[in-house]
Design a protein around this ligand. Structure first.
Ligand code: PMP
Length: 415
């Protein structure tokens, strides 16, 4: 169906009338999405856009197998974890099969926020401590607690929260350890002991900070020495996106105490999880009960199982490594030819390109949207471009992406 810009304006006006002003739309000219398939999103005029931003449709938008499994399960049974059902057990077994053996227990919820919220609650309960360390451009979720642990939102940090300022490029693997030591010192001066270090293991909202490999390890050791846990937020890097295994923490040579995941887990269906060391789950279970009505629902679990099947059957982790390297090469070439690209970071299909300012990044993002490519911006001052296509992206899609970026930089940004 053809939609005129008048109809889109009307929809925008209706939206503004009924939806909270706290919502923000992407792009100067909002995109009216009506359907999607694979790496493509189609607008109301039937125009297609390459989705190189959204990490939720990890195996591709509307993947037929995921859609089929969700529909099949929805037609048979959809209930919660207070009944004995197959799917949550099957999913927990499959997830644990992707994790180091120390991680032995699974709790389901519906969003990354709920997973992080519970992880922080468990870390405070089992350690008896209250201090949490996060990076100063971190985003960890929407709850009141997590708003205080998400400085990128501009909201004040919560009680007991200490931040470290992560440089986008670190000189060596010891630099992060020194920063975290500084935070531990400040905590001690304030009479607070650490409950956890909570980080996104690819530091997406910090502008994609991928190296040097293993830079988390020393910091995690120090936090543990002072009684704290390590919570790996895998909401962004998880499910194979880094191309270096299923989970971002693997690149750092550390085993987390708690792993949180969401977004890509159901390829768009809300399902999330916290995976923790068995002994932590036992302590938590002795003290508190946890019931989340939709967390671990039969259909949510069917969606997540289907995503795991597709990642395995289509060999998407290896594909992410190979196609990611191809994409990184293409971006590296653009860096050589375009002064506005000042640095390139990332791994697999999670890449960040530094630009001089948030203004420049926003101009590029908006010009690309007009040219048929969707990306976003992140990091300090929103000056880094964030590029994250579905893992199923092909080399010819990458060629289209690189060609379009090149064109936009030549014609619109560096005129
Ligand atoms: N952690 C990270 C690193 C995220 O990027 C997000 C969402 N952007 C969350 C947690 C929160 O996830 P959700 O929106 O599913 O609650």
């Amino acid at each position: 169906m053809h939609t005129t810009s008048h109809e889109q304006d009307t929809l925008l006006a209706r939206r503004q009338r009924v939806l909270s002003p706290s919502y923000r739309l992407f792009y100067d000219e909002p995109m009216h999405a009506v359907r999607s398939e694979g790496v493509w999103v189609y607008d109301a005029d039937g125009r297609r856009y390459l989705d190189a931003y959204n990490n939720v449709p990890v195996v591709g938008h509307c993947h037929p197998y995921v859609v089929e499994q969700v529909a099949k399960q929805a037609a048979v049974l959809n209930t919660h974890t207070r009944y004995l059902t197959d799917k949550p057990v099957e999913l927990a077994e499959r997830l644990l099969g992707t994790m180091p053996p120390e991680l032995g227990s699974v709790i389901f919820m519906n969003s990354g926020s709920e997973a992080n919220d519970l992880a922080v609650r468990i870390s405070r309960l089992v350690t008896g401590n209250s201090g949490i360390i996060v990076t100063d451009c971190a985003y960890h979720g929407t709850t009141d607690l997590l708003s205080g642990l998400s400085p990128v939102t501009g909201l004040p940090t919560g009680p007991g929260v200490f931040t470290v300022s992560l440089p986008p490029k670190m000189a060596d693997a010891g630099e992060f350890r020194i920063l975290v030591r500084g935070a531990l010192d400040k905590m001690r001066e304030a009479g607070i002991r650490p409950a956890a270090l909570l980080v996104d293991t690819i530091f997406g909202s910090d502008g994609v900070v991928s190296g040097p490999v293993c830079f988390l390890k020393g910091a995690v050791d120090d936090v543990r020495r002072e009684g704290g846990l390590f919570i790996a937020d895998e909401v962004q890097p998880g499910f194979g996106r880094t191309g270096a295994g299923m989970w971002g923490f693997a690149r750092h040579g550390v085993v987390p105490d708690i792993v949180t995941m969401g977004k890509p887990m159901g390829n768009g269906y809300p399902v999330a999880s916290a995976v923790l060391r068995r002994e932590l789950a036992d302590i938590f279970g002795r003290h508190q009960r946890y019931f989340n009505t939709f967390g671990g629902s039969t259909v949510g679990c069917a969606a997540a199982l289907a995503v795991l099947d597709v990642i395995e059957n289509e060999d998407l982790v290896v594909h992410a490594a190979e196609t990611g390297a191809y994409l990184k090469d293409g971006l590296q070439n653009l860096c050589k030819r375009h002064d506005v690209f000042t640095d390139l970071r990332g791994t697999g299909l999670f890449l960040g390109v530094q630009t001089p300012s948030g203004d420049v990044a926003a101009r590029i993002v908006n010009a690309l949207r007009r040219a048929g490519v969707l990306i976003g911006a992140a990091g300090r001052g929103n000056a880094a471009l964030k590029i994250r296509p579905p893992l199923s992206v092909s080399r010819s899609d990458v060629d289209y992406l690189i060609g379009t970026i090149d064109d936009v930089l030549n014609k619109e940004i560096e005129r």
